[in-house]
Write a protein that binds this ligand. Structure first.
Ligand code: 13P
Length: 284
């Protein structure tokens, strides 16, 4: 089985105090960059895609490209549902072969959040699918998901304990000050809160919005229990900037096999750097 659940890789990361990077992908080229680089560095990896990406690329296309990549490299990895909210959509994607999901009901009141996530866990565990969910709410923008700063909320450690016990999720996305997209100033992470959550909850913790967070802060978050680090925006910027620059330098370029190369290389550098920061190289 080449497209695997995130469960075992995150548990190993928790035991050995590193984090598995989760990189958002969008198409063939971005999948190639992430898989090739992770394999070269012997790093476990999660490829994440939002509902918008599955609609853009097609669920079957994404699953089959990823399966082919995994088989070609003899490299099992997780293709993950990032920030999915619709239960029937998630069920369809699980039936199509996805083995790692995030159900995001963080916008719902506590009891409703628990009820939705619990239903998803009951279904997913029949298929050995790992389930991530979020308590508290991250601000910022991730594709079509836009959360105003006023609507964002930090994770309460006591509520996190109850949430994990009642839902039986496999990993918990925590809101400790990170945000999706770029930061206006220096990001501030609430490490004391993270430590309190870690002391109450013994499943892997997930840091969303890692683009733009300085290396020292990501490392500290990992030392305090973060086992999965999500990166999207920095990859998109590196890829697009290099593509734009290549067209400036070669205005007549018209062969995607050539003009995609600098973009892939620029993205690869970010993937390498994040794998190094996560401490996941050599952990396959
Ligand atoms: P960034 O876009 O800020 O890196 O966040 C990615 C993320 O958290 C995906 O869920």
């Amino acid at each position: 089985m080449y497209l695997i659940s995130s469960q075992e890789m995150l548990k190993k990361a928790q035991r050995e105090c590193y984090a598995v990077p989760a990189f958002n992908i969008h198409n063939l080229e971005t999948i190639q960059v992430v898989v090739d680089t992770a394999k070269e560095m012997n790093s476990p990896v999660i490829l994440a895609a939002t509902p918008g990406t599955y609609s853009y690329a097609g669920t079957k296309y994404l699953i089959n490209i990823c399966k082919t990549a995994a088989e070609t490299h003899h490299f099992p990895f997780a293709l993950h549902l990032d920030h999915h909210e619709n239960i029937s959509d998630i069920k369809t994607k699980i039936e199509a072969g996805i083995r790692s999901i995030m159900i995001d009901s963080s916008h719902c009141p506590f009891e409703k959040n628990i009820a939705i996530v619990k239903e998803m866990v009951d279904f997913s565990h029949i298929y050995n699918v790992s389930v991530e969910a979020e308590l508290g709410r991250l601000g910022g923008q991730e594709d079509d998901l836009i959360v105003d700063e006023k609507e964002s909320a930090f994770t309460d450690p006591d509520a996190a304990k109850e949430y994990v016990e009642r839902t039986r999720i496999d990993s918990l996305a925590v809101a400790i000050g990170s945000a999706h997209g770029l930061y206006k100033g220096e990001p501030k992470l609430d490490f004391i809160r993270l430590e309190k959550i870690r002391n109450k909850v013994d499943i892997p913790l997930v840091l969303h919005g890692a683009s733009g967070i300085p290396e020292s802060m990501v490392r500290k978050a990992i030392s305090l229990g973060i086992c999965k680090v999500n990166v999207a925006t920095e990859l998109k910027i590196a890829f697009s900037d290099a593509l734009k620059q290549d067209f400036i330098e070669h205005p007549d370029a018209n062969d995607p096999r050539h003009y995609m190369q600098p973009a892939k290389l620029a993205m690869k550098k970010i993937v390498e750097e994040k794998i190094r920061i996560c401490g996941s190289a050599g952990k396959l």
